[in-house]
Design a protein around this ligand. Sequence first.
Ligand SMILES: *[C@@H]1O[C@H](CO)[C@@H](O)[C@H](O)[C@H]1NC(C)=O
Ligand SMILES: *[C@@H]1O[C@H](CO)[C@@H](O)[C@H](O)[C@H]1NC(C)=O
Ligand SMILES: *[C@@H]1O[C@H](CO)[C@@H](O)[C@H](O)[C@H]1NC(C)=O
Ligand SMILES: *[C@@H]1O[C@H](CO)[C@@H](O)[C@H](O)[C@H]1NC(C)=O
Ligand SMILES: *[C@@H]1O[C@H](CO)[C@@H](O)[C@H](O)[C@H]1NC(C)=O
Ligand SMILES: *[C@@H]1O[C@H](CO)[C@@H](O)[C@H](O)[C@H]1NC(C)=O
Ligand SMILES: *[C@@H]1O[C@H](CO)[C@@H](O)[C@H](O)[C@H]1NC(C)=O
Ligand SMILES: *[C@@H]1O[C@H](CO)[C@@H](O)[C@H](O)[C@H]1NC(C)=O
Ligand SMILES: *[C@@H]1O[C@H](CO)[C@@H](O)[C@H](O)[C@H]1NC(C)=O
Ligand SMILES: *[C@@H]1O[C@H](CO)[C@@H](O)[C@H](O)[C@H]1NC(C)=O
Ligand SMILES: *[C@@H]1O[C@H](CO)[C@@H](O)[C@H](O)[C@H]1NC(C)=O
Ligand SMILES: *[C@@H]1O[C@H](CO)[C@@H](O)[C@H](O)[C@H]1NC(C)=O
Length: 683
Amino acid sequence: MPVHSLTPILLCLLPVWIILTPGSCHPQLSPCQLIQRSALCNNANLSSVPSGLPHNTEELQLNFNHIQTLQDDSFLGYPSLKTLSFACNSLEKLESNTFQNSKLLESLNLANNKLYIGYAETSYALKKLPGLKALDLSENELHDEFVTILLQNLTSIEYLNLSGNLLQRLDETSFSDLHQLKELDLQRNIMFELDGAFNSNPKLQRLNLAFNYLPCLTDFHMTQLVVLNVSHNFIEWFISNDLNETFQLETLDLSNNKLLFFPFLPSHSKLRNLHLSHNSIRFYDHLTDNGTSLNSTTTVEFYNLKNHMRNVTAQLWDDGLHGDISSLEILDLRGNQVEYFPVGFIQKMPTLSRLQMCTNCLETLNLTSEQFSGSLYELDISNNRLNQIVSDKGTLTTLGNLTYFNLSLNFLERLPSRLFSSLPSLRSVDLSYNHINICLSEEAEISTDSACVDWKNVVSLGQLYLKGCNIKIIPSAAFTGLLLTHLELSDNPRLIIQQSIQTLSRTLQHLGLGNTHIQDFDFSLFTSLKFLNMSQNSLAHLPPSLLNLDLEVLDLRDNRLSTIPSGLANALATKLHIVFLTGNPFNCCQTEWFRTFETTKTINVVGLSDIECEDPLRETYRVQGLQPSVCSEESGESIFWYILLFVPLCFSFVGISIIAVLTFKPKMLQKSIKKRCLKPTSY
Ligand SMILES: *[C@@H]1O[C@H](CO)[C@@H](O)[C@H](O)[C@H]1NC(C)=O
Ligand SMILES: *[C@@H]1O[C@H](CO)[C@@H](O)[C@H](O)[C@H]1NC(C)=O
Ligand SMILES: *[C@@H]1O[C@H](CO)[C@@H](O)[C@H](O)[C@H]1NC(C)=O
Ligand SMILES: *[C@@H]1O[C@H](CO)[C@@H](O)[C@H](O)[C@H]1NC(C)=O
Ligand SMILES: *[C@@H]1O[C@H](CO)[C@@H](O)[C@H](O)[C@H]1NC(C)=O
Ligand SMILES: *[C@@H]1O[C@H](CO)[C@@H](O)[C@H](O)[C@H]1NC(C)=O
Ligand SMILES: *[C@@H]1O[C@H](CO)[C@@H](O)[C@H](O)[C@H]1NC(C)=O
Ligand SMILES: *[C@@H]1O[C@H](CO)[C@@H](O)[C@H](O)[C@H]1NC(C)=O
Ligand SMILES: *[C@@H]1O[C@H](CO)[C@@H](O)[C@H](O)[C@H]1NC(C)=O
Ligand SMILES: *[C@@H]1O[C@H](CO)[C@@H](O)[C@H](O)[C@H]1NC(C)=O
Ligand SMILES: *[C@@H]1O[C@H](CO)[C@@H](O)[C@H](O)[C@H]1NC(C)=O
Ligand SMILES: *[C@@H]1O[C@H](CO)[C@@H](O)[C@H](O)[C@H]1NC(C)=O
């Protein structure tokens, strides 16, 4: 027997072997894997810290075990420990002298345990660690006061993780001893108030408050903070203290909150990434012009639990003040209610590289007056109410870095003429779901604003999405000079493609022709094609030219295919990774292709069990597990009728015979049997 057939079994047994050894008769084998000075004892069904590991072990991992208590003598034998990890045990407490001999410990991970039970004794143990820098107490069901007690006097901590606990309210006492704290993770608690909680942490740089219940952040004055994440709260107000000091803030995540106003940012900051998606932000400039009627509502009053009232003055209606956004590179405003940009707003961001405005209420965009910077790389204004985009040629030449341009899901009918050919870095354009026409020949040159689009000779363009644009004709020269790899033309139900896409045959990898009523098309030159969508086209048979392609994804849903010729099926099955075939009236009597696809391991037939076929009587069956009898000469149903007719006849014949036999003499019966049996057979 060849040896290699045994090795997989041995490999499978190895982990079991390692787990079993402590209890077996080989005490010298440890349940841990030793790599240099690390002992990895994860997932080893241990209920206590293993003894007998090397004296100089520096890292000990005991994640996913069943340890309940760490005892005073647990680590006596390992004085060199620097890193200890006990995540996902059932730890209830650490005895107060657990770390009496662990003066070098720097990192302690106690995530996902039950320290809420023995937090008081545990707090004594932690105080014996003079060099502790990183502490993970996440997911331990800890309440406010437990945390305050656990963290008392832990002056050396730099990284603290308290995520997934039961914290509700923090104040000055919560972290008052953590003078070295640099990073704090408080996400996924139930916090609704922070009252001066970080006043004693002058070095804090990264703070995560995501997934809590905070209603506002006012008087924000943490000038040293670099990353602040307050996403997924209930924040209506973000107002920073107007200090004459530069804030170090670079990333601010306020996404998924309830903001009505653009946040009131510090007046001097280094903010580069501002995430505001999924709020209710809009601009109110148009209300201020008329002035007088709104002058009483510029001050907002905030109260906290201790009933300390604080007046925060913010000039609510003046969009001239957005704080310092001059270093912004990413502005994510997806899913808000922005109708327009205030005058000069875009100009304030000379290094803006990504503007994400998908799903807002923009009605027009004047690229000339907004003055986007030359560093603009991505402009996503999809799913707005745009009916007009205005620009002149000079403006377009400044957008030399624009690479991704998404205009889909708007009401655009006209675009600045030569829009795309003026953008030399353009790589991807999405115009889907607008009412766009493609220019015939030189039509585009006539005016500055034109009712058709063209992209002649934009050699950088690789991806063009024109789904659902109600396009009827693509002129034969529409794609000349392009090197497209992606072309999406689906959902243009009356499309006439002519010869237009033949010029793309060598470069095209992704071609979407779903719901275009395309019929016979010659794909034989499209040698690079990997993805082809031909769904919803009433195709009665597959184009034979598919045979020569190296397709990986093929969508043939909702056509009128009755079979796939076995030669084509065999060729496709070896190359395809994903195929969609549901919604076709396949013929139950010609389903060899199905076995081919079903038995090929490398192909994923999406909705395999939902593929149906019809028998000659137009009854529908699932192809998977189809009985061959469905397709015998007379189909199953007609056999059934024959049987129905035949059974009463048989019964009456048998009945008559029995009566006859009983009325004649039984001797005759014997005789007739004998006679028959003695008769020589006819073969
Ligand atoms: C884990 O250890 C306990 C005793 O500590 C034992 O009863 C149990 O069978 C062990 N489980 C496995 C999977 O080895
Ligand atoms: C914490 O430190 C202070 C001063 O350094 C000391 O007085 C106090 O006893 C310490 N508390 C505990 C519980 O060790
Ligand atoms: C904090 O712990 C949670 C859960 O254990 C984890 O998902 C998160 O990544 C940790 N945070 C940091 C900053 O490591
Ligand atoms: C903020 O935290 C959430 C939850 O952990 C995370 O999904 C998101 O990516 C973070 N934001 C940033 C800008 O890192
Ligand atoms: C802000 O500080 C700068 C110098 O740091 C100073 O010149 C300026 O007058 C200050 N402005 C205000 C309003 O205090
Ligand atoms: C302010 O004036 C503009 C015209 O200048 C007008 O369209 C708008 O309705 C006015 N707004 C209010 C709140 O009066
Ligand atoms: C706005 O303020 C001015 C003076 O500050 C006052 O005369 C006017 O009545 C105020 N308007 C309203 C609507 O309160
Ligand atoms: C806040 O402002 C209101 C109205 O302007 C005033 O009545 C109140 O005294 C102020 N409160 C504080 C704490 O300044
Ligand atoms: C677009 O902005 C430019 C410059 O501000 C202006 O001259 C032009 O009239 C604007 N076009 C439209 C249609 O608003
Ligand atoms: C495009 O971006 C690069 C840096 O990414 C920058 O050097 C260049 O000046 C930008 N182009 C324009 C036209 O601003
Ligand atoms: C353009 O935006 C739409 C809607 O936001 C989105 O579905 C589509 O995937 C985007 N197109 C590209 C090419 O990313
Ligand atoms: C093919 O196009 C149809 C019609 O637009 C669409 O519904 C389907 O999701 C597309 N298939 C794939 C695999 O993208």
